[in-house]
Design a protein around this ligand. Sequence first.
Ligand code: MSP
Length: 575
Amino acid sequence: MAISRAGFRVASWAGQFLACSRPSWRCVPRTTARPVTTIRPRQFATAASESAPKKPYYVTTPIFYVNAAPHVGHLYTMVLADVIKRWRTLIGDADAQLLTGTDEHGMKIQQAALAAEMDTQAFCDMNYKTFEALANAANMDYNYFIRTSEPAHKEAVQYFWEVLEHRGYVYTAKHEGWYSVSDETFYPQTQVQKSLDPETGHTKMVSIETGKEVEWSSETNYHFRLSAFQERLLDLYKTGFITPTMYTTNVVKSVSEGLQDLSISRPAERLTWGIPVPGDNTQTVYVWLDALVNYLTKAGYPFAPGQGSRLGWPADVHVVGKDIVRFHCVYWPAFLMALDLPLPRNVLVHGHWTMNREKMSKSTGNVVNPFFAINRFGVDSMRFFLIHQGALVGDADYDNAYIIRDYQKLLQKGLGNLAHRAIGCAKGNLRTYIENGTCGRLPPATPADEAYETMLKDVPKRVAEQMENLNPRAALQEITTLIDQTNKYFHHAEPWKSPNDRQRSIFNVAESLRMAGILLQPVMPTKANELLDMFHVDKTDPAKRNYAAATYGSDADYGVDAKKSILFPPLIVES
Ligand code: MSP
């Protein structure tokens, strides 16, 4: 697959950082006499109705840095969040909300724009469009695409800051430490090491965790009293805040070892591209504080007391990659605790996509252009592949050969061919089989029928359980197992030999395809609906395609004039 950054002007990172060796990282709190801010009166967002509507289910993706073009790793995050949102819609949460967008501030973007010799805002205006185009190409059902450079967000961040300060959680202090522009974070001395750059032969300092270059920084800036939240954070982790739980172990370990207060601004002489600290134009808000607040901006923050839930807050799920767990599971809940705002219900962490076992990353350059992949394999095939192979725990290696293998085996042969054969076997008369099946006019079940029907009736519940556990991959595996079992059942029943004697098996196979079509909608919205169309499941009545309809024998009306068509055409495989 081509490695492409077409249409993108990307900064060259080479030589941008100078390694310097300095004494150890330290942060010396020195509370200065900055007067407590008077919080400016705000227009609060209010909900339209006074009756108490249900809080909308609210899912978010991380917001994407616009310094370089998106890759397949970003597409995965988008699709994962979208599957969760679409699932909620399927089960009846009509106003479920999905937020995605772009992270446009910070040193990384400032330097990238400089390297591209562009005005920074113009650089963001150009590059955010590619992420928005990807969200559309991926068929994301998002409700809002946020940009952190938009005025409402600036307002939300500044208000958030003012309340933090008003409550006494902000102080100024001299800060010395290693800063990684690529990771947009400070690292203490214990978390950096020397590394030989094979290209230049020079030794540089890098983060042990990410391998990204760090530069020494010594400055006075604002700090957040993160250390005050250690106990409350440790309590939070006991509530299953992080999914899968395996990620909790590392977070608990690092928080238990002690929390340092967090630097939350940079001097404006270094970082101009960001939101000014309210009342102090010499400092710019730290990009991660700025970025995390995006989840509140969309929910209408600042909200009047008690109004947040009407507008969607707290988020039900933040979907994040494993490299940004600390920001979402330590800093973010601590900020919210400081403001007494409700905490997100869950952070869903996923693993990375690798190429030849190395993390796919724009800074390394080993990236797959997601637009090319979607064009080549089709959006639903890509969505299917990413959810089926993408890992929450551990990483997944990306290769075109795996996509082709899954497409041919599971979609073309497994699902498409089964649908084709089932309709063919009914010899233009599927409707009669459906009528007989739903009116109880079926021959007695054989032991094989009984075993199969028990399994089939259970599948929707099992899929729902996996989705409730925020495991779309396991949910999809339940469906692919159903398709596999149905192919075996069909093969064993041999209904093509004598369709009339095999009333029951033809009905069962049609039901399994109808139910699979309904349950597959969150993962493959277009193909799943084409499958339901093929079986003439009423598309004018949403109740025929929602989760409740994925119940064995519940739709007596489909199958009229069902005609075979090709759901998954052969791929043109280049040699
Ligand atoms: N801007 C921050 C997020 C702020 S959220 C308040 C950021 N941006 S990013 O563009 O670098 O990454 C966005 C998401 O893509 C992250 O969740 C990250 O984990 C994910 N991925 C980046 N590379 C990835 C892979 N190779 N594989 C899977 N996901 C990857 O971090």
